[in-house]
Write a protein that binds this ligand. Structure first.
Ligand SMILES: *Cc1c(COP(=O)(O)O)cnc(C)c1O
Length: 435
C-alpha cells in the first residue's frame, strides 16, 4: 500500500499552531517513533481512516475503550437516543444507577460506585478515599504502572529499589510525591519489605493487575494473591487500577481472572463505550466515606454524564453475549502466534518477546522475557520505530511506542489478523536490520 500523507501533514501542521505539539495527549505525537501522525477522519469496526483516505486495521482501539470495534451500531444508537433527551442535567439519572448496578454485578467486592470523567480522576479519588479511610498518608505504586497524570501518582522513574518517589514531571512539587513509595512491578519481596517495614504508614497499594502501560506485562504466578495477603497484614488497602483490564480481560476484569479481590477498583475506558468516563468502586462502608454520605470531598459537573453512561451500558450489554470473550481471545491468540511466526521467519524468533493477556498484547524487540519496567525499557526502541513504520505502510495502525499495548476488538476478523501478520513479515525484516 502506498500511503498518501499530504492532507495529514497539512492538518497536523495547522494543529500544531493552536494545539500543544499538535495533540491533546502526548503519546499521539509520534515522538517515540518519529514522523507525523495520520490525522484521523473516521473509524468503523476494526478499521480507522485518515484524512488522506488511508484505511488501517486498528490495534490502538482508542488505547483500550473500543473493545467492540469503532462505532458499533448498538452504542451509536444508545448515544443518539440519550443525546436527544439532553446531554447533561447536573442531577441524578436512572442511567447512572443502571451502569453502577451493572458494574457492581460484574466485579466482586464492588457494592457502590462513584462516577468521574477520566481514569486520572478515578485514581485521584481512590487515593484520597484510601487515605481518609485508613488515616494514613503513604501510598505505594509500582515502577512503570500508570494511574493517570495526577501529581501524587506521576512517579515512575526510579532505581528499581524501593525509594521515595521523585516526580516524573516538572511542575510536580516534591511535596506532592513525598508520600508516594515505589517498588518494581512483579517484585513481591520488595513489596513485602516495604509493607513490613512501614506497615503502620501505608494507606494503599495501587497496582495495574496486568500492567499495560509499560507494554503488556502480566503478573507473575501468585503475585496478586500475595499482594492481597501483604496488604491485609499491613492494614493497607489494595487498589486495583482496572482502567484497562476492567471488562477487557473478562467481564469481571482481572479480579475474576486471577481470583483476587481488591478493596477499591479504579475503572475507565471500556465502561464509557468510547465517551469520557471513570469510576471508583468498592464496598459500601469504604465508599460511604465520600461526600455527601461522608466527609471526603469529591465532585464533578459532568460526572455520571447521561450520554457516557448510555454508551457504557450499551457496551456492557454487548459484552455479556455468550462466548464473547472466548471468541475475542481466540482471535488474539491467532494474532500472537502469527506475529511470532512472522518474527521467526525474519530471523528474530529468539529476539522478540510477545506478552499477551486475553485481547491485550505487546511485541517487545528484546531477547529477554519482559517481567517489569526495566526489562520493558531495555527493548530496542529504534527497531520498534522501524517495525512500527513498516506496519503503518502495510496498513496496520499501532500505538507509536513500544510501551503501549495492542488491543484486539470483537470487530477484528480472521482476515484482518491474516493481513496484519502478512504486514508483520516485512516489518520484522526492517526491525531485524537494526538489531
Ligand atoms: C488510561 C489509564 C489511566 C488514565 O485514564 P485517563 O482516562 O486517560 O485519565 C489510568 N490507569 C490506567 C491503567 C490507564 O491505562
Amino acid at each position: 500500500m502506498s500511503r498518501r500523507t499530504s492532507k495529514s501533514q497539512a492538518q497536523f501542521d495547522r494543529g500544531c499552531k493552536v494545539l500543544v505539539g499538535g495533540v491533546n495527549s502526548p503519546v499521539r505525537a509520534y515522538l517515540a517513533v518519529g514522523g507525523t501522525p495520520p490525522v484521523i477522519a473516521r473509524a468503523k469496526g476494526a478499521t480507522i481512516t485518515d484524512v488522506d483516505d488511508n484505511t488501517y486495521i486498528d490495534y490502538v482501539c482508542s488505547y483500550g475503550p473500543a473493545i467492540l470495534g469503532h462505532a458499533p451500531d448498538a452504542v451509536v444508537t444508545a448515544i443518539n437516543k440519550a443525546a436527544r433527551r439532553g446531554t447533561s442535567y447536573g442531577a441524578p439519572t436512572s442511567g447512572e444507577t443502571q451502569l453502577a448496578e451493572a458494574i457492581a454485578a460484574a466485579i466482586g467486592g464492588i457494592e457502590k460506585v462513584r462516577f468521574v470523567n477520566s481514569g486520572t480522576e478515578a485514581a485521584m479519588t481512590a487515593v484520597r478515599l484510601a487515605r481518609a479511610a485508613t488515616g494514613r498518608d503513604k501510598i505505594v505504586k509500582c515502577v512503570g504502572c500508570y494511574h493517570g497524570h495526577t501529581d501524587a501518582l506521576l512517579v515512575s522513574a526510579g532505581s528499581g529499589a524501593a525509594t521515595l518517589g521523585t516526580p516524573s514531571s516538572p511542575g510536580v512539587p516534591a511535596g506532592a510525591t513525598a508520600d508516594t513509595l515505589i517498588v518494581p512491578y512483579n517484585d513481591i519481596e520488595a513489596m513485602r519489605a516495604l509493607l513490613t517495614e512501614r506497615s503502620d504508614e501505608i494507606a494503599a497499594v495501587l497496582v495495574e493487575p496486568v500492567a499495560a502501560n509499560m507494554g503488556v506485562v502480566p503478573p507473575a504466578e501468585g503475585y496478586l494473591s500475595k499482594l492481597r495477603k501483604l496488604c491485609d497484614a499491613a492494614g493497607a488497602l489494595l487498589v486495583f487500577d482496572e482502567v484497562i483490564t476492567g471488562f477487557r480481560l473478562a467481564y469481571g476484569g482481572a479480579q475474576a481472572v486471577y481470583d483476587v479481590r481488591a478493596d477499591l477498583t479504579i475503572l475507565g475506558k471500556i465502561i464509557g463505550g468510547g465517551l469520557p468516563i471513570g469510576a471508583v468502586g468498592g464496598p459500601a462502608e469504604l465508599m460511604d466515606h465520600l461526600s455527601p454520605a461522608g466527609p471526603v470531598y469529591q465532585a464533578g459537573t459532568l460526572s455520571g454524564n447521561p450520554v457516557a453512561t448510555a454508551a457504557g451500558l450499551a457496551t456492557l450489554q454487548a459484552l455479556r453475549e455468550d462466548g464473547f470473550y472466548d471468541t475475542l481471545h481466540e482471535r488474539s491468540a491467532e494474532l500472537e502466534s502469527g506475529l511470532l511466526r512472522a518474527a521467526t521467519a525474519a530471523g528474530l524468533g529468539d529476539r522478540v518477546c510477545i506478552n499477551r493477556a486475553g485481547s491485550m498484547m505487546s511485541c517487545f524487540l528484546t531477547p529477554e522475557p519482559v517481567t517489569d519496567y526495566s526489562r520493558a525499557a531495555a527493548a530496542n526502541k529504534e527497531a520498534y520505530g522501524a517495525w512500527f513504520h513498516m506496519m503503518l505502510s502495510g496498513g496496520v495502525y499501532l500505538a507509536p511506542s513500544g510501551m503501549e499495548a495492542m488491543f484486539v476488538s470483537a470487530a477484528h476478523t480472521a482476515q484482518d489478523i491474516a493481513q496484519t501478520v502478512s504486514a508483520a513479515e516485512s516489518a520484522f525484516e526492517a526491525a531485524a536490520n537494526l538489531m
